[in-house]
Design a protein around this ligand. Structure first.
Ligand code: PEP
Ligand code: MG
Length: 929
């Protein structure tokens, strides 16, 4: 084919090359150029080079889009002449010309970014049509109806996408035309009807924009290219990128491709298909097609498409060719492909190939199967699973007993698996709003469009009345891991009244509904859910087994109870990185004992200090000490029991137990509530001798004494431990006595004692003096030795700066990145996440919520420094992380890069962390698909 000239010939100033052509069995780009050509452009180039039937065209690079925005939305210098060159090449190959009334070339103009963003950006089809070229088209095809249908579609699409006309105006006009004709579907409209409709559409454009519809095809092309660029920053695309953490500065490519028509009669058609079932992963062609239709009809879910297997009967030869191409593409890309094709008068054209989006179950099955088929190596299979997939596989399901007892309201297509329970909401904005207040919602729509994305993302599940397995709702829900039931035909929604009805049964906004995306069933009310059993997930276990062979980081867990420890262990946890002992203080009778101790803690400690300095104690002081010691002794007994349970559950593995961390007022009733109750006692004339009043007064005085302006920066952590040492001494005794008991019973306990919130080395030095003494006296008394370690959390910025000093007194570090983030940013984590932080992320002031995804620059920079300083002072220092970030895949990748020994996360995230840690090791994990 005649190709567009190389960049050097086009521009003596060596401007970047903006256009890559493909056609006649040769493409200038290839599959490796996704950054520049986008996924679609790279796929078209690769398919062309492979000799597959691809209509000729060219791709305008993502760089052109980036430069377009950089220069204030001006087409970059040199772009337009290059587009014209490339267009000339397409014209030469097809023998058609853009704007030629005799033999017109029509093109599609499609977006296509590096990362697939299905339906999030814009596409214009049939570009090049005006009344003259339409004549030519009608003469060439001998099909007047087809010509007018193409033209009205073009005005509609171009008007909406490029000229910004409200799309419902065209839809209403179309509906009205159908009504006038008594036509059930679009295809029932005649050529004359469509001609009238085209005129109506043009009038809508004139009225709405104040300008006639642009009839010059070159002007159309330029406007369409600009519109596709602009759609990169459209709301849907921005929302989608924010959700999927895709950077904003990549830009989209624009693909200009010769139109082929699936709506030229019954020997034409169009469809989409996956090379394997994207729900289950089963190895079969899965998809849909429509005869006599254009691509948008299939995806929009307006006409109900036929199963791809039926193409075998409808057009056997085409089906066979398609099957072969599908198999070839899958082998070529070594991954399940999502294909778009059009059949024009019996001839098959491939319009797109890309790695197909899939459910978690399918991802795992496909990856494991492809290793079995010799297509992938296990390392590659591990790279193919997204961390979110693992989480989805462990998601809840409905309790089968409850399901048997409940009759479904309706049944639709099982479009994306999982059980979802929430309140019905019929509008994406309201769904996002209600979900923002913590309410579980289910988005219920007749059909979804890309504008609904934010509502889908905020919902527990999605329910639609129309659309098939490849409808927008289905594709997007699968991808973001939301359960979805699509195409419930009997569902009728009254958006104005905010109600819906299925066969006479109504529900309104706010009513509970439950849906099962695995079976397609929908229920009124709330069906109880149950957890999926990890043991039953054979495929996932295989993948994680491979991941374990790859990762360097150990995966530990944050667990406070034996049951949690056992669960985490069954998920593959290799130790406990954080046991928050204070959680044990809050349960049942314990809280009262803790309160008893707190009420007298300060006076008892003072009295003990006095006695220690040789002072004489009064009877009162002695009684206070006795009361305090009794409460502490009771707590010690209870904590020892807790620790024994945990050490047994983690037999043979390290267990880090953190000494008490929160400020004491957290164990007392709320200060204002206490005040209110005292006022009530007072005003009702209750005497202070009343035991309830007396207790309230005591608690109130204690709360008053413990009150601080900034408790998170106040008396907590090691500071509390040093001010009231009896609490931490007691915990140290309980830990070691528990270990001794477990060891005597034949166990293999490995306790590690962790001191929180150290900022100055002297804090740790002093604490160790006290606690080492305590520990050794326990061991001496018992006559049984146990191995244990002392270490510290690193969660105050200063601790990072003096990590070398601190390491002299710590055998291990554990990064408490919750506090470290809070204190590095100066954000109160209790307030920021519910407040301004959301806006900060939305407005892109911050790239992500730093409490979820580690800020690798600021917080991470300090961690890196602390690791280096700490290991310089103590080479065998063990270092891990136990903040929330320990279960976040991106943060895990960072932990790998700075050489931590382990990450510790909640039990449910252990499997995800196993995968993420392996992916962090794999060079260039295939997550950019
Ligand atoms: C941390 O600060 O990261 C941490 C694990 O401790 P907590 O969240 O209990 O303050
Ligand atoms: Mg902390």
């Amino acid at each position: 084919m005649a190709q567009s000239a190389p960049a050097a010939e086009r521009s003596p100033t060596a401007a970047p090359r903006y256009v890559y052509a493909f056609g006649a069995g040769h493409a200038e780009g290839d599959a490796t150029m996704r950054d520049l050509l986008g996924g679609k452009g790279a796929g078209l180039a690769e398919m062309t080079n492979a000799g597959l039937p691809v209509p000729p065209g060219f791709t305008i690079t993502t760089q052109a889009c980036v430069d377009y925005f950089a220069s204030g939305e001006r087409l970059p210098d040199g772009l337009w002449p290059t587009v014209l060159d490339a267009l000339a090449a397409v014209e030469a190959e097809t023998g058609k010309r853009l704007g030629d009334p005799i033999n017109p070339l029509l093109v599609s103009v499609r977006s296509g970014a590096k990362f697939s963003m299905p339906g999030m950006m814009d596409t214009v089809l049939n570009l090049g049509l005006n009344e003259q070229t339409l004549d030519g088209l009608v003469r060439l095809t001998g099909n007047e109806r087809f010509g007018w249908d193409a033209y009205r579609r073009f005005i509609q699409m171009f008007g909406r996408i490029v000229l910004g006309v409200d799309g419902t105006l065209f839809e209403h006009a179309l509906e009205a035309a159908k009504e006038r004709r008594g036509a059930a579907t679009d295809t029932d409209l005649s050529a004359a009807d469509l001609r009238g409709l085209a005129a109506e559409f043009a009038a809508i454009v004139l009225r709405e924009t104040g300008r006639p519809f642009p009839v010059d095809p070159h002007e159309q092309l330029e406007l369409a290219i600009r519109a596709v660029f602009a759609s990169w920053f459209g709301r849907r695309a921005r929302d989608y990128r924010a959700y999927n953490k895709i950077p904003d500065d990549l830009g989209t490519a624009v693909n200009v491709v010769t139109m082929v028509f699936g709506n030229m009669g019954d020997d034409s058609g169009t469809g989409v298909a996956f090379t394997r079932d994207p729900n289950t992963g089963e190895k079969l062609l899965y998809g849909e097609f429509l005869t006599n239709a254009q691509g948008e009809d299939v995806v929009a879910g307006i006409r109900t498409p036929r199963k791809i297997s039926e193409l075998a009967d409808a057009m056997p030869e085409v089906y066979r060719e398609f099957e072969q191409i599908a198999a070839r593409l899958e082998r070529h890309y070594r991954d399940m492909q999502d294909l778009e094709f059009t059949i024009e008068r019996g001839r098959l054209y491939m319009l797109q190939t890309r790695s197909g989006k899939r459910t978690a179950a399918a991802a795992v099955k496909i990856a494991v199967d492809m290793v079995g088929e010799g297509i992938l190596a296990p390392r590659e299979a591990v790279g193919r699973i997204e961390p979110a997939h693992v989480e989805q596989l462990l998601r809840d399901q409905f309790d089968p007993a409850a399901l048997r007892a409940t009759k479904p309201l309706a049944r639709g297509l099982n479009a994306s698996p999982g059980a979802a329970v929430g309140r019905a909401v019929f509008d994406a904005d309201r769904a996002a709003e209600r979900a923002g207040t913590g309410e579980p919602v289910i988005l219920v729509r007749t059909e979804t469009s890309p504008d609904d994305f934010h509502g889908m993302a905020a919902s527990r599940g999605v329910l639609t009345a129309r659309g098939g397995a490849t409808s927008h709702a289905a594709v997007v829900a699968r991808q973001i891991g939301k359960p979805c039931v699509a195409g419930v035909g009997e569902l009728h929604i009254d958006y104005r009244e905010r109600t819906a009805e299925v066969d006479g049964q109504a529900f309104a906004e706010g009513d509970w509904i439950s849906l099962d995306g695995s079976t397609g069933e929908v229920y009124l009310g709330r069906i109880p859910t149950i957890q999926v059993r990890f043991e039953d997930q054979g495929g996932l276990q295989t993948i994680l087994g491979w991941a374990d062979g790859i990762r360097r980081l150990q995966i530990w867990t944050n667990a406070d109870k034996p049951e949690e420890a056992a669960l985490a262990r069954s998920y593959g946890a290799q130790g406990i990185g954080l046991c928050r002992t204070e959680h044990m203080f809050r349960e049942g009778e314990r809280l009262e004992i803790v309160r008893d101790a707190i009420l007298v803690a300060a006076t008892a400690t003072r009295a003990k200090d006095k006695a220690g300095a040789g002072g004489q104690l009064s009877d009162d002081e002695q009684a206070t000490i006795a009361r305090f010691d009794a409460a502490v002794a009771r707590l010690e007994q209870l904590q020892q029991g807790d620790f024994e349970g945990i050490l047994r559950a983690m037999d043979g593995l390290p267990v880090i137990i953190r000494l008490i961390d929160p400020p004491l007022h957290e164990f007392l009733p709320n200060h204002e509530d206490l005040l209110r109750s005292i006022v009530v006692f007072e005003t009702s004339g209750t005497p202070e001798s009343d035991p309830e009043y007396a207790r309230a007064l005591l608690l109130y005085r204690a709360a008053e004494a413990l009150r601080e302006q900034n408790p998170m920066l106040g008396l907590r952590g090691i500071r509390l431990g040093l001010m009231i040492p009896d609490f931490v001494k007691m915990q140290t005794r309980a830990i070691l006595n528990a270990a001794i008991a477990v060891k005597r019973a034949g166990g293999d306990p490995h306790p590690e004692i962790m001191i929180p919130l150290v900022g100055h080395v002297n804090e740790l030095r002093r604490a160790r003096e006290i606690l080492d003494r305590e520990a050794h006296s326990v061991i001496e008394r018992a006559g049984t030795s146990v191995d244990f370690k002392f270490g510290t959390m690193i969660e105050i910025p200063r601790a990072c700066w003096v990590a070398d000093e601190i390491a002299r007194y710590a055998e291990f570090f554990s990064f408490g990145t919750n506090d470290l983030t809070q204190m590095t940013y100066g954000y109160s984590r209790d307030d920021a996440e519910g407040g301004f932080l959301l806006r900060y992320v939305e407005d892109r002031i911050l790239p992500a919520n730093p409490f979820q995804t580690l800020d690798t620059v600021g917080v991470g920079g300090q961690m890196r420094m602390a690791v280096e300083k700490g290991r310089a002072a103590r080479p065998d220092l063990s270092v891990g992380i136990c903040g929330e970030h320990g279960g976040d895949p991106a943060s895990i990748a960072f932990c790998e890069s700075i050489g931590l020994d382990y990450v510790s996360c909640s039990p449910f995230r252990v499997p995800v962390a196993r995968l993420a840690a392996a992916q962090a090791v794999l060079a260039g994990p295939e997550r950019d698909r």
